[in-house]
Design a protein around this ligand. Structure first.
Ligand code: PLP
Length: 411
């Protein structure tokens, strides 16, 4: 009989969004007239930039002619896209990244989830609490953790509490860890790490011979000049950090699918005989074995955002969501609710009034003002007492939601 990967049995069910859907459906059934506004999910609502549409139409036409048809492409991505990424996000910003250190993919969820495969299962991981769940769950699947305990934590994992008390900038671990997941700008808290904080992490990683997995999926949302856009702005990071980027939130590609991972050749780990092995070479081996490249049409669409016109259109898109973020932040303030994030990220992380548990606040918002958000505790035990709203809705709904909160909820 085939046996299963028993690590999967350690996983908690995908409780968060299932439970949200259940509560919303139950409310809707009891109140069919309710005009529910959803500010819960991390998905975009605005159409793709026009430059992407035009580039993809052109690419479709190329696929229709024998002379320009493309079959399998390079697994790592087409040169035209890699060079555009390299120039725009790295070379022009004074960061030296080689073309063969960039791997185009179908998005950062796959990359941040799959990357752990090239690390030994005996590595100890550190994750922030609260956290984007993919980092933890993929390590549970791989057997890099023990069982989930009654306090909500998995045995064998180092959790880094990230709350208002430490300004959402977790302290360095007091024990040795081998792999550190950092997400900046952060989902779910919408906050960022300062240059000083990132420097401390890079120095820690160097001292402990650890690797930082740096998720910069929301880099396009940074508005403050001093927040690093890339971890490679920090001296020494090229020796210890792998960076993930995505076109999903940058250019509305959540349904179109494209992202990339940067692995400098200087990031190495210990091999069987004690020699240093380049993680880049292992990822290259994995990528070429398990992935057959992102669609040509999609890569042409992604390339288009790096043109002058493309940059203008992407900035407009990001500004649209960030204006929503401002409206939400200021509305919450007016209602007497303390809120974080929303300045360099499309997420607002609010502190529930009167220390209300996250799920109680969810019910209050749903039943009193018909707004759906995400309970903070769903992202980890330290998320208890917090709640996430997203600015990815359309403007009209965002404004209507905020008016309801301002006029009908006062704390
Ligand atoms: N990383 C973070 C922190 C995210 O919040 C998300 C999506 O919500 C992703 C990665 C996944 O992005 P992609 O659409 O590129 O898979």
């Amino acid at each position: 009989m085939a046996t299963i990967n028993q690590n999967y049995q350690k996983l908690a069910g995908s409780y968060l969004f299932v439970e949200i859907a259940r509560r919303v459906a139950a409310y809707k059934e009891a109140h069919p007239e309710a005009d529910i506004i959803r500010l819960g999910i991390g998905d975009v609502t605005q159409p793709l930039p026009q430059v992407c549409i035009e580039a993809m139409h052109k690419a479709v036409d190329e696929m229709g002619k024998a002379e320009t048809f493309r079959g399998y492409g390079p697994e790592q991505g087409y040169e035209f896209l890699i060079e555009a990424i390299r120039k725009h996000n790295y070379t022009d910003r004074g960061i030296d990244i080689a073309s063969d250190e960039i791997f185009v993919s179908d998005g950062s969820k796959s990359d941040t989830g799959n990357i752990q495969e090239i690390f030994g299962t005996d590595n100890r991981i550190a994750i922030t609490d609260p956290v984007y769940p993919v980092y933890l769950d993929t390590n549970v699947m791989a057997g890099r953790t023990g069982e989930k305990q009654d306090n909500g934590y998995y045995a064998g994992v180092t959790y880094l509490p990230s709350t208002a008390a430490n300004h959402f900038s977790p302290s360095l671990p007091t024990e040795h860890v081998d792999i550190i997941y950092l997400c900046c700008p952060n989902n779910p808290t919408g906050t960022t790490l300062s240059r000083e904080a990132l420097t401390a992490w890079v120095n820690y990683a160097k001292k402990e011979d650890a690797v930082i997995l740096f998720d910069a999926a929301y880099a396009a949302y940074i508005t403050e000049p001093d927040v690093p856009r890339s971890i490679y702005e920090i001296p020494g990071a090229k020796d210890v950090a792998i960076e993930f980027r995505s076109f999903s939130k940058t250019a509305g590609f959540t349904g179109t699918r494209c992202g990339y991972t940067v692995i400098p050749k200087t990031v190495t780990g210990k091999g069987k005989d004690g020699s240093r092995v380049k993680f880049r070479d292992l990822w290259n081996r994995r990528h070429t074995t398990k992935f057959n490249g992102t669609a040509y049409i999609v890569q042409r669409g992604a390339e288009a955002i790096y043109t002058e016109k493309g940059q203008r259109q992407v900035k407009e898109l990001v500004s649209y969501y960030m204006e929503n973020a401002r409206i939400i932040r200021e509305g919450l303030q007016a209602a007497g609710i303390k809120a974080y994030g929303g300045v360099n990220a499309p997420y607002i992380w609010l502190q529930t009034p009167n220390n209300m548990p996250s799920w109680d606040f969810f019910d209050l918002l749903l039943t009193k003002v018909n707004i759906v958000g995400t309970p903070g505790v769903g992202f980890g035990p330290c998320g208890e007492g917090y709640f996430r709203l997203t600015s990815f809705g359309d403007r009209e709904n965002t404004k209507r939601a905020v008016e309801r909160i301002k006029n009908q909820l006062k704390f």
